[in-house]
Ligand binder design. Structure first.
Ligand SMILES: NCc1[nH]cc(CCC(=O)O)c1CC(=O)O
Length: 323
């Protein structure tokens, strides 16, 4: 496993993944003290087609859930073909594969979801029985909870593909992460930014994960320079909450931590697939940089509370492993 001097960055080939990899490429060049014009030389981008991208039929849950979008890229790291990998934090499995670590979490982009529709200014104002296009069990449950009459349709594919499908009338409305739209320069397509009170985002949404080999001290030291301690704490709370509840994407789970005035504020929720059952909790605690484990313990404790309140029957009904 040779560490060549080039800091190659592995990524998926989708337009969003490439945009994110280019952002990290610029950060790596800056951390190395290189001019932006040298970025492609010092940190070339190597793109891979993931099994998640190859299997676009069916829902994520059916195909096999999280990990599908990360495996090929992680293999590139482990084999030494790349020094870094860039992932959406939202797509990361609960547990890091052996030999790899999250080496940096850059400052988070806006974590909120957006609603997109050619005809309606909000999901709540869609006509009776309208088609809502989403493959996300979380977004669907959160929507059906308030609008059980809406008809779910699958609208998978890259962000651009989904916008095309929406224009063609495959659905009357859909949801996307604001972060992704922004990174693609497509924010103008957003119809309505969902307040977290109306749609709590997915755990990790809007954050990036810069992964490296655990034993690659040189690579880890470089990206540590653009790690964002606040984002790291927020992601630690949210991911501990997710891990404590299930961690798969078959369960409608949402979680968002924010920091204001030196306080971490966390909200988490678990829903039934039809959104009719909903368990919410909150935690507030002082922000301390680097207190990752303490932050994670708040998320884990919030998960235990929700798990107890929901009860075994709730998880059995989901058919999940979170019994
Ligand atoms: N599930 C795919 C995925 N993974 C991360 C993002 C958005 C970017 C982010 O959350 O940082 C998206 C698309 C979407 O949900 O709209």
């Amino acid at each position: 496993m040779s560490n060549n001097n080039v800091f190659a960055i592995a990524t998926r080939r989708s337009p969003l993944a490439l945009a994110q990899a280019h952002m990290v490429q610029a950060m790596v060049a800056a951390a190395l003290g290189e001019a932006e014009t040298a970025a492609e030389m010092v940190a070339p981008i190597r793109d891979y087609v993931s099994s998640g991208d190859r299997n676009l039929a069916g829902s994520l849950a059916e195909i096999g859930g999280k990990g599908l979008f990360t495996k090929e890229i992680e293999d590139a790291l482990l084999s030494g073909n790349a020094r870094f990998a860039v992932h959406s934090m939202k797509d990361m499995p609960a547990i890091s594969p052996p030999g790899l670590v999250t080496a940096a979490i850059p400052r988070r982009e806006d974590p909120r979801d957006v609603f997109l529709s050619p005809t309606s200014d909000s999901p709540w104002n869609l006509p009776q029985g309208a088609k809502i296009g989403t493959a996300s069990v979380r977004r669907l449950a959160q929507t059906l909870g308030r609008r059980p009459d809406l008809k779910p349709v699958t609208l998978r594919g890259n962000v651009g593909t989904r916008l095309d499908k929406l224009d063609r009338g495959d659905a009357d409305g859909t949801f996307l992460a604001l972060a992704g739209l922004r990174r693609l320069g497509l924010e103008c397509h957003a119809t309505y930014i969902m307040p977290p009170e109306e749609m709590l985002p997915a755990v990790g949404q809007g954050a990036l994960c810069v992964q490296a080999r655990e034993d690659d001290d040189e690579a880890r030291a470089i990206v540590a320079r653009f790690n964002c301690p606040e984002t790291e704490i927020c992601v630690a709370v949210e991911r501990a909450f997710l891990a404590g509840l299930d961690g798969s994407c078959r369960t409608p789970i949402a979680g968002l931590a924010t920091i204001t005035g030196g306080e971490v504020h966390f909200r988490g929720e678990l829903l039934s697939l039809d959104g009719q059952e909903r368990f919410r909790t909150e935690r507030n605690f002082p922000y301390t940089a680097n207190a990752i484990e303490e932050a994670a313990s708040h998320g884990a404790e919030a998960a235990t509370e929700i798990r107890d309140r929901a009860g075994k029957a709730f998880f059995d009904a989901l058919g999940g492993s979170a019994g």
